[in-house]
Design a binder for this molecule. Structure first.
Ligand code: ZN
Length: 535
């Protein structure tokens, strides 16, 4: 074990604490902050927690057995730390179990394809399905589409645009001549526009087209949602009800598309095992350290627990989940009798519209009313680097005081946005800030989250940067402690919003910036069952 020394420098009112994580400089000595650092750096649990969550529990698709097993696993961790915890049902969701899924090219040559059925895809009924691949052609109008439809009977239909290149743009930029990079980009933009017109020419949206194809007797639907980087594809949900929908990697999709388009006899063999389990109860996992002086005031930790299931949900949102669990573990040791109640929400159903957190906020108005501060994290493994005041004009003073107590190594990396604007969505803090409650997002450095891990087939354990995860857990624990001890409540005065106010969802989990905020966002009703889902 590392020797821990605490050296006080009274002249500077600074304390340096040396641990395995390096020497830390605190602006003022505070034994609780110093212990948080020591525990978080010298006996961190983040590696153990992240490995068990992402490798053993695996993905946590809302309503799936993995989600449920994850809730139980999280509960067991809290119980092991003697922190009271519970799984709270907030609704039901369509249960689905992912089994083995395969897609192989069997003619004109054999190749096992990098492919996966989408979430909630029907299976192939326990057997192999062999069928030719056909490409969705371009139609003069929707009548021509209807006339063509019978030809898909018994075929796999390819409905995504084949990418002209599966190299990341950064690679082109580095090695291609500027002219050929530009030509590629121009051609790709034109092809994308043409493909969108091709879909539109069917008279159906990309979302409704798969169902029409299966009604016409297609053996399955083949898609590819390239994520613009090496080897990455996004795995969302199927829209078919009886036949499987697959996502195929950029490279392999291009292969079968070219073979089919050029009449080279592409035949695929599919095997997909999937079980629909009916509407299942869905839960938020909550854990709590009761406040000793102001139990009806709350400091919350927040991170969604559910994930998509193309990989392990490691950075979306295994890292946020582990950050909050580790912060709770540390706080339960160094700060077991907090002034205010400390409450963590591991939300379900975030990916279907922030449903678990919105349901909690709707069901617990007293917690929303008594909220001193909520800290949410949901955009990957990187160090927390940006925190917006979410349009609360007088929150900044509190943040200034809290930041001034943090060790320099943590505070210097963070940019604050004053006054910011309230998030209308993007992640779970939106379900609290809509009510004017002080809910903040701890936004991380990107690590190419949007391209490489967010909802992709590569969101796996190995992508986690453990130094950053440790740092984020320590930061969160310190913020919770400081917010809990703060003599004053964080005020709720809202900024006046005008057209053009920057939305703070730009730094949330959604990689695409949201449009400017004009009105304070209204709190939305959660979907309490998959039947209420609009997605
Ligand atoms: Zn997320």
């Amino acid at each position: 074990m590392t020797m821990t020394t605490v050296r006080l420098l009274p002249a500077l009112f600074a304390a340096t604490i040396a641990t395995a994580g390096g020497a830390q400089t605190f602006p003022a000595p505070d034994p609780v902050l110093q212990r948080i650092w020591t525990l978080g750096m010298d006996s961190s649990n983040v590696y153990r927690l992240a490995q068990a969550l992402t490798d053993s529990v695996g993905p946590r698709l809302t309503g799936s057995p993995g989600h449920r097993a994850g809730n139980e696993w999280a509960l067991a961790q809290y119980r092991g730390w003697n922190i009271p915890a519970r799984n709270e049902q907030y609704g039901t969701w369509r249960g689905w179990r992912r089994g083995v899924s395969h897609l192989d090219l069997v003619r004109p040559r054999v190749r096992s394809l990098e492919a996966m059925m989408l979430a909630w895809s029907p299976g192939t009924g326990g057997k192999d399905v062999e069928a030719r691949a056909v490409v969705l052609p371009s139609f003069a109008d929707s009548a021509a589409f209807v006339k063509w439809l019978p030809s898909v009977r018994g075929a796999f239909v390819l409905i995504s645009m084949p990418q002209p290149t599966c190299r990341a743009d950064a690679n082109w930029k580095e090695f291609a001549t500027p002219e050929s990079f530009e030509t590629m980009q121009r051609e790709r933009t034109a092809a994308t526009g043409a493909w969108n017109r091709r879909i539109a020419s069917t008279g159906f949206s990309a979302r409704d087209l798969p169902r029409r194809l299966e009604q016409a007797g297609a053996a399955g639907v083949i898609t590819s949602l390239w994520s613009a980087g090496w080897g990455v594809t996004k795995i969302f949900q199927a829209r078919t009800e009886r036949v499987p929908t697959y996502d195929v990697s950029c490279e392999d999709y291009g292969l079968i598309f070219r073979l089919a388009e050029r009449g080279q006899g592409a035949v695929l063999r599919a095997r997909a095992d999937a079980a629909f389990l009916g509407e299942n109860p869905v839960f938020n996992t909550m854990a709590e350290i009761r406040g000793s002086e102001k139990p009806d005031e709350y400091v919350m930790l927040s991170a969604h627990f559910d994930s998509w299931d193309g990989a392990s949900g490691a950075t979306d949102n295994g890292t946020g989940t582990v950050t909050m669990m580790e912060a709770m573990r540390i706080l339960s040791i160094v700060y077991p009798r907090p002034k205010r109640t400390i409450l963590v929400g591991h939300w379900g159903g975030e990916e279907q519209g922030l449903n678990g957190s919105r349901a909690f906020a709707a069901d617990n108005p007293k917690v929303v009313q008594g909220l001193q501060s909520l800290f949410n994290q949901d955009n990957g493994t990187g160090r927390v680097s940006t925190i917006s005041m979410q349009g609360l004009v007088n929150a900044g003073g509190h943040w200034g005081r809290w930041a001034s107590r943090l060790p320099m190594e943590l505070s210097r990396q963070i940019s604050f946005i004053f006054p910011g604007a309230p998030a209308g969505g993007g992640s779970d803090y939106a379900g609290f800030i809509c009510a004017g409650a002080p809910a903040f997002n701890l936004s991380s450095t990107s690590f190419d989250y949007g391209t490489y891990t967010w909802h992709t087939n590569r969101d796996t354990f190995d992508k986690i940067v453990f130094d950053d995860l440790k740092s984020n857990a320590v930061l969160t624990a310190m913020l919770v402690y400081l917010a809990s001890e703060d003599p004053e409540r964080v005020p709720r005065e809202r900024r006046v919003l005008a057209a053009g106010s920057p939305s703070s969802t730009a730094v949330s989990s959604a990689p695409t910036p949201a449009p400017p905020v004009v009105n304070w966002p209204a709190c939305q009703q959660p979907a309490r069952s998959s039947g209420q889902s609009t997605r």
